[in-house]
Design a protein around this ligand. Structure first.
Ligand code: PRX
Length: 644
C-alpha cells in the first residue's frame, strides 16, 4: 500500500477514529513515523486550551521540503509533480517532474540566500497562479524562512498592513498576472504598498506577463537574472535547514469579526503530518492520479491542497492560472480532459457559476477520467451538490464535502471518498483525531431535539475539544488575540465561529458563520474591516455591513450607509464607496448593494442591531421581531421602505 495511513473501509475508519480519541498521542506518533525526521521528537503532544498552548512533536527536527521533494526522488524522480495549465488555452503549459521541481526550488534557495534571507525571516509572496509561486513557497520552507502569501487580488493597502504586521523584509512577486481577460499589475501594486514599508530590503521579480514595470535600484532584482548568477556559480545543491517541529512554517492572514486581519501561524511538524494525512484519506489519492484543486495558492486551500498535501504524498498536482469561465464556461472540463484529471476539488461558488451556463459547455467533454469530486469553502446547497454529482461526476464519482478553516491547517470534517458515505449538504463525519462538540450560547452541551419522523437533531455552535497536529499555534505577534478570538467564548474549547447541526448518526451539517464574518464566494470577509473602509470615506458618518443570500456567491455584501448631511447620497457617493473598498481591501470585499439611510437601528446603549439589518437585507420584512426597544424605531420603517 502506498500510504500506510490510508483508511480503506468504513470499519477501519471507525476503528481508527476510536483509537485517535482513546490514544491520540500513539495514533499521531504512528502517522508521523512515516515521514523523514532529522531527529525524533521528545514529546508527542503538550497542550492546554486554557493558556492556550499547543505543541506537537516537540524537539523533533525536520524540513518539510525534504518530505515533499527529496524523499520521492528515488522512487519517482521523473514522475510529474506539477502540471501547470496557463490562463490562455493557446499558450504552452509546463510539467515539472519531482527532480526538476527540487532543482528549481534549490536554485531559488540560493537566490534567497544571496539576497540575505535567513532562517526565521518573513518573506511575503504576491504572485499569480504560476509554477514559480509553488517554487517560491517551497524555497522559503527549505531555507527556513516563514512565508506569508498574499492573494493576488488584495490591494496595496492590504499588503502594507500584512508586511508591517509580519515585519517582512523580503518580497517575491511578478511583473503581472493573467486572470481571464484581465491583466493584474502585481509589481506596481507592490511598489505602491512599499511606499509605506521602508523596512523591505529586497524584492525579487518574476518576468511573466511582460508588463512594463519600474525597478528600484538596489532593492529590486529579476528572478531570471538571479537564477543565472546562481547557475553560473555552479552550486546546484542547497541543503534543507533543520527546523524544530514547532518552528513556524508560514503566516497566512485571514479576516475575523473584529479589527484587522490576523496572521494565522502554522508550524512545520504538525502541519506536515496533518496536511498529508488528510489529503490521502479524504481524496483517497492513488499513486499516478492527476489531482486538480481549483483554489488559489494565496488561500489556505491552496497551501494545504495544491502545494503541501499533494507533494507530501508524491502526487501530481495541477496548477491552473485562469478562471472557470474564460475563454468560456467549459474551461475546467477542457482541462479535465486534456490532463486526464482524476480528482477535482473546487468550491460551491464555482459550481453555481458554471451551473448558470446550463449543460451546454459540458457537452463534447469526456470527463471519464474523473474518480473523485470535492467541495470546500462554504456550505454546498443541495442543487449545486446534485448538479456537480450528476453532470460532472456522471453519478459515479464520490463527492466529498470538506469542512475546515484557515486556522485548522487541513480538513476536519468530511466524508472519505468512496470509503464513508456521502450525504448531500452534509460534511458528515470528523476525521480521526478531530473531536467536535456542539454547544449552546452559554457553552453547555447542545441537547438533541426530537423531530416529527422520530429522529433527533442537535444544533449549536461548533467547537473542537482536543488539538490535532494541523491546528494553528498563535496569531502572529499577538497571542492574546489568539486566546480571545478562539478560546475565550467557551473555556476549554476551540470555537470555530460556525453554526452546525448533527443528526442522530453523528453526521455534521455546517450552517454558516454565527459571528460577524461573511463568506463571499468562499472568501472570508470581516464586516468590521469593510465598515472601517467605508467609514474612512469623508462623506460617510457610519455604516453597517451584513450578508444576504446570493445565488452565485453564497453570500452577498449589503452595506447600509449613513452620509454626512452635507453630501447628497447618490451615484457619485456609491462609486466613491466602491472605490474606497477596492483601494483599502480589494475588489473581493466590494459591497453588492449599498443603501443610503438616515440612521441605523440601535439599542439604547448604542449597539447596532445587525439582526434587524440582516432580516431587511434578506427581504424577511415581516419577521423583524421586537423593534420597540430601539432608540429610534422609526428608522426601521424608513430602511424597510428603501431596501435595494
Ligand atoms: O464558515 C466555514 C466555511 O468557511 C469558513 C472558513 O473560511 P476560510 O478560513 O477562508 O477557509 C476556507 C477553506 C478551508 C468556515 O468557518 N466553510 C469552509 N468549508 C465549508 C464551510 N462551510 C460549510 N461547508 C464546508 N465544506
Amino acid at each position: 500500500m502506498a500510504y500506510p495511513y490510508q483508511i480503506q473501509s468504513k470499519e477501519q475508519y471507525d476503528a481508527h477514529y476510536r483509537e485517535s480519541v482513546e490514544n491520540p498521542e500513539g495514533f499521531w506518533a504512528e502517522v508521523a513515523g512515516h515521514f523523514q525526521w532529522h531527529k525524533p521528537w521528545e514529546k508527542v503532544l503538550d497542550w492546554s486550551f486554557e493558556e492556550p498552548r499547543i505543541e506537537w512533536f516537540r524537539g523533533g527536527r525536520l524540513n518539510i521540503t525534504e518530505n515533499c521533494l527529496d524523499r520521492h526522488l528515488e522512487q519517482q524522480g521523473d514522475r510529474p509533480a506539477i502540471i501547470w495549465e496557463p490562463n490562455d488555452p493557446g499558450s504552452e503549459g509546463l510539467t515539472l517532474s519531482y527532480r526538476q521541481l527540487l532543482d528549481k526550488v534549490m536554485q531559488l534557495c540560493h537566490v534567497l540566500r544571496r539576497n540575505g534571507v535567513q532562517k526565521g525571516d518573513r518573506v511575503c509572496i504576491y504572485m499569480g497562479m504560476v509554477p514559480e509561486l509553488a517554487i517560491a513557497t517551497l524555497a522559503c520552507a527549505r531555507i527556513g524562512a516563514i512565508h506569508s502569501i498574499v492573494f493576488g487580488g488584495f490591494s496595496a493597502r492590504s499588503i502594507t498592513d500584512r508586511l508591517e504586521d509580519a515585519q517582512a523584509a523580503f518580497v517575491i512577486t511578478a511583473d503581472g498576472a493573467h486572470r481571464g481577460n484581465k491583466a493584474i499589475p502585481l509589481k506596481s501594486v507592490i511598489d505602491e504598498a512599499l511606499e509605506q514599508c521602508a523596512f523591505v530590503k529586497k524584492v525579487i521579480v518574476l518576468r511573466h506577463t511582460g508588463t512594463a514595470i519600474s525597478m528600484k535600484e538596489g532593492r529590486d532584482c529579476y528572478w531570471d537574472e538571479e537564477v543565472k548568477q546562481v547557475a553560473a556559480a555552479g552550486k546546484p545543491f542547497f541543503p534543507a535547514e533543520s527546523m524544530d517541529a514547532e518552528d513556524p512554517l508560514f503566516i497566512l492572514y485571514t479576516s475575523g469579526s473584529t479589527g484587522k486581519p490576523k496572521g494565522v501561524v502554522h508550524t512545520c511538524g504538525g502541519y506536515m503530518v496533518y496536511a498529508s494525512y488528510s489529503f490521502v484519506n479524504v481524496f483517497q489519492y492513488q499513486p499516478g492520479d492527476v489531482y486538480f484543486c481549483t483554489a488559489d495558492i494565496g488561500w489556505i486551500t491552496g497551501h494545504s491542497y495544491i502545494v503541501y498535501g499533494p507533494l507530501l504524498a508524491g502526487a501530481t498536482t495541477l496548477i491552473f492560472e485562469g478562471i472557470p469561465t474564460w475563454p468560456d464556461a467549459g474551461r475546467f472540463w477542457d482541462i479535465v480532459d486534456k490532463h486526464r484529471v482524476n480528482i477535482l476539488y473546487t468550491a460551491p461558488t464555482a459550481i453555481r457559476s458554471l451551473m448558470s451556463f446550463g449543460t451546454e459547455p459540458i457537452e463534447g467533454h469526456d470527463l471519464s477520467s474523473l474518480k473523485v469530486l470535492g467541495s470546500v469553502g462554504e456550505p454546498i446547497n443541495e442543487e449545486a451538490w446534485q448538479w456537480f454529482h450528476e453532470h460532472i461526476g456522471k453519478g459515479r464519482c464520490p463527492l466529498v464535502d470538506t469542512w475546515w478553516q484557515t486556522e485548522n491547517g487541513g480538513i476536519l470534517i468530511s466524508n472519505l471518498a468512496g470509503v464513508t458515505p456521502a450525504i448531500p449538504t452534509f460534511a458528515t463525519l470528523p476525521l480521526p483525531g478531530i473531536q467536535p462538540v456542539l454547544v449552546d450560547e452559554k457553552g453547555a452541551p447542545a441537547q438533541p431535539v426530537k423531530q416529527e419522523d422520530g429522529s433527533s437533531i442537535t444544533s449549536g455552535n461548533l467547537c473542537i475539544r482536543f488539538p490535532w497536529p494541523g491546528m494553528f499555534r498563535t496569531t502572529y505577534g499577538d497571542h492574546e488575540r489568539f486566546r480571545q478570538n478562539y478560546f475565550a467564548a467557551y473555556p476549554g474549547l476551540y470555537f470555530s465561529g460556525d453554526g452546525c447541526y448533527r443528526d442522530d448518526k453523528g453526521n455534521y451539517r455546517i450552517t454558516g458563520r454565527v459571528d460577524d464574518v461573511l463568506n463571499v464566494s468562499g472568501h472570508r470577509i470581516g464586516t468590521a474591516e469593510v465598515e472601517n473602509a467605508i467609514n474612512s470615506d469623508p462623506s460617510v458618518i457610519e455604516s453597517a455591513i451584513v450578508g444576504y443570500p446570493h445565488d452565485i456567491k453564497g453570500q452577498g455584501v449589503y452595506a447600509f450607509v449613513v452620509c454626512d448631511p452635507e453630501h447628497t447620497p447618490g451615484e457619485e457617493a456609491r462609486k466613491a464607496i466602491l472605490q474606497t473598498v477596492t483601494h483599502l481591501i480589494g475588489a473581493i470585499a466590494k459591497p453588492d448593494k449599498i443603501q443610503f439611510v438616515s440612521g441605523l437601528p440601535k439599542t439604547r446603549s448604542g449597539k447596532i442591531m445587525r439582526r434587524i439589518l440582516r432580516k431587511i437585507a434578506e427581504g424577511a420584512l415581516d419577521s423583524l421581531g421586537d423593534t420597540s426597544t430601539l432608540l429610534d424605531p422609526g428608522v426601521v420603517e424608513e430602511i424597510k421602505a428603501g431596501r435595494v
